[in-house]
Design a protein around this ligand. Structure first.
Ligand code: URA
Length: 185
């Protein structure tokens, strides 16, 4: 078994924060383990918790559509979240939960080794772009992090209710093909 699958087993048994008490399934992540593009959301919602897969609800449907528009799909990318278990009633994850769970995301990043990371929403952006600026300021900016770049954009769940953010998110995501094809990032 490879390192990513061993990590999945570890995360599926995790009790490092209280979210294990209310989860139905752990949502480890899904997609191509050799992907050059990693998409990082926030935390599983209702449907993700039931199915054990990321972005399978209405935000996920929009994400699939946005990926298709730039010639990508779930077989070509890897999708994960900062938090692997659903917070009750989809509340925001708290600091302790992010501290308990983020080492798993960092391990996923090191095993998958993507060149481009898209952070969707404030939680993954804060963690991976290492900025406290709000999304309206940072979306679409390219943050160089070692041999990778991090590109923040609006969360698709927010885009469902804000057509102006959806338009901006489309513009941000349109930068991906170019970033992936660059030899030196
Ligand atoms: N929102 C997220 O951030 N992640 C999911 O997996 C689903 C909804």
């Amino acid at each position: 078994m490879n390192e990513l699958e061993l990590l999945r087993q570890e995360v599926e048994a995790c009790t490092n924060c209280d979210l294990y008490k209310t989860r139905t399934r752990v949502v480890f992540g899904d997609g191509n383990p050799n992907a050059k593009l990693l998409i990082v959301g926030e935390a599983p919602g209702y449907y993700e918790d039931k199915r054990g897969l990321p972005f399978v609800g209405s935000a996920g449907k929009l994400l699939d559509k946005l990926l298709e528009e730039i010639g990508l799909n779930r077989d070509k990318v890897y999708i994960a979240n900062v938090i692997k278990c659903r917070p009750p009633n989809n509340r925001d994850p708290n600091i302790d939960e992010v501290s308990a769970c983020s080492p798993y995301l960092f391990a996923q990043i090191s095993y998958i080794s993507p060149r481009v990371i898209i952070t969707m929403g404030n939680h993954s952006t804060r963690l991976l772009a290492e900025t406290d600026l709000g999304m309206t300021k940072v979306h679409g900016r390219v943050f160089k992090k070692g041999d990778k770049v991090v590109l923040p954009t609006f969360h698709p769940a927010a885009c469902l209710y804000h057509p102006e953010w959806l338009k901006l998110s489309r513009e941000d995501l349109a930068k991906i093909p170019d970033l992936l094809s660059k030899k030196d990032l």
